[in-house]
Design a protein around this ligand. Structure first.
Ligand SMILES: Nc1ncnc2c1ncn2[C@@H]1O[C@H](COP(=O)(O)OP(=O)(O)O)[C@@H](O)[C@H]1O
Ligand SMILES: [Mg+2]
Length: 224
């Protein structure tokens, strides 16, 4: 399954990019020929939106199937830092601040690459919510804690929280409140599945203060 999805992701990325540049070329052709047809332009935009949606879906997956999906001994702090590195430029561009509280040097032997991807998914969701709601002084905070033999990686945002009706469905596959071209609805579903199966843990969500808190929890001594 893993290998198959990895191959599909690989094979689709290139043609999707090509479809997009073909649309761009058609656009230019029409412009050069002085053709202005609103319906045609709308249809071209539709193609663009659909291919964007498909590559977003691939993005939600690809990290899980990257080269090094083996267990490794890592510091959780480093895993979080690597996740931040992936989204940092994008957050800065959108004027979203990110803070960390991770003083302790917690170590774990785990599928670090998958954990990194899951944290990225949660960051991107927070970013989307912050932008969607146009939040002033947008902020994401990450903390790592150890309670009763369980690690917790907590991610807070100040995007206003999540309604009960969304909370009840958000971990279902393909559930998204985002526009068709934006959301795959697979991020949380995949993330929870991996945390359950690979980490014998859980992803919990609650509303706190001015936004939501996503909590990735798993036993310190991994069970498999
Ligand atoms: N931090 C957040 N704040 C508000 N809503 C959120 C947050 N994270 C997730 N959601 C909601 O959960 C839904 C499902 O998320 P996800 O599974 O990652 O799919 P997608 O991001 O593709 O929509 C989102 O569409 C959004 O409505
Ligand atoms: Mg998402």
């Amino acid at each position: 399954m893993k290998e198959m999805l990895d191959n599909i992701a690989h094979q689709w990325r290139q043609p999707l990019a090509q479809i997009n540049s073909t649309v761009g070329a058609i656009d230019k052709l029409l412009y050069d020929k002085n053709v202005h047809d609103p319906l045609l332009e709308e249809k071209l935009q539709e193609i663009e939106a659909l291919t964007k949606y498909m590559s977003n879906t691939i993005d939600d997956f690809k990290g899980y199937f990257a080269n090094n999906n083996s267990k490794a001994k890592v510091f959780l702090r480093d895993v979080v830092e690597q996740s931040i590195a992936i989204v940092r430029a994008n957050l800065e561009e959108n004027q979203i601040a990110i803070e960390t509280k991770m003083d302790a040097n917690y170590e774990c032997e785990c599928y670090a690459n998958e954990l990194k991807q899951i944290i990225v998914v949660l960051f991107n969701n927070a970013k989307d919510a912050l932008l969607d709601r146009n939040v002033y002084q947008a902020n994401i905070e990450v903390e790592i804690a150890l309670n009763d033999g369980e690690y917790a990686i907590n991610i807070y945002d100040n995007a206003g929280g999540i309604s009960k009706s969304v909370r009840e469905k958000m971990f279902e596959p393909y559930y998204t409140t985002k526009h068709k071209s934006q959301g795959s609805g697979l991020g949380l579903y995949m993330s929870r599945k991996i945390i359950r199966e690979r980490f014998h843990g859980e992803i919990n969500v609650s509303n706190v203060n001015k936004g939501s808190r996503f909590s990735i929890v798993f036993p310190k001594e991994n069970l498999s």
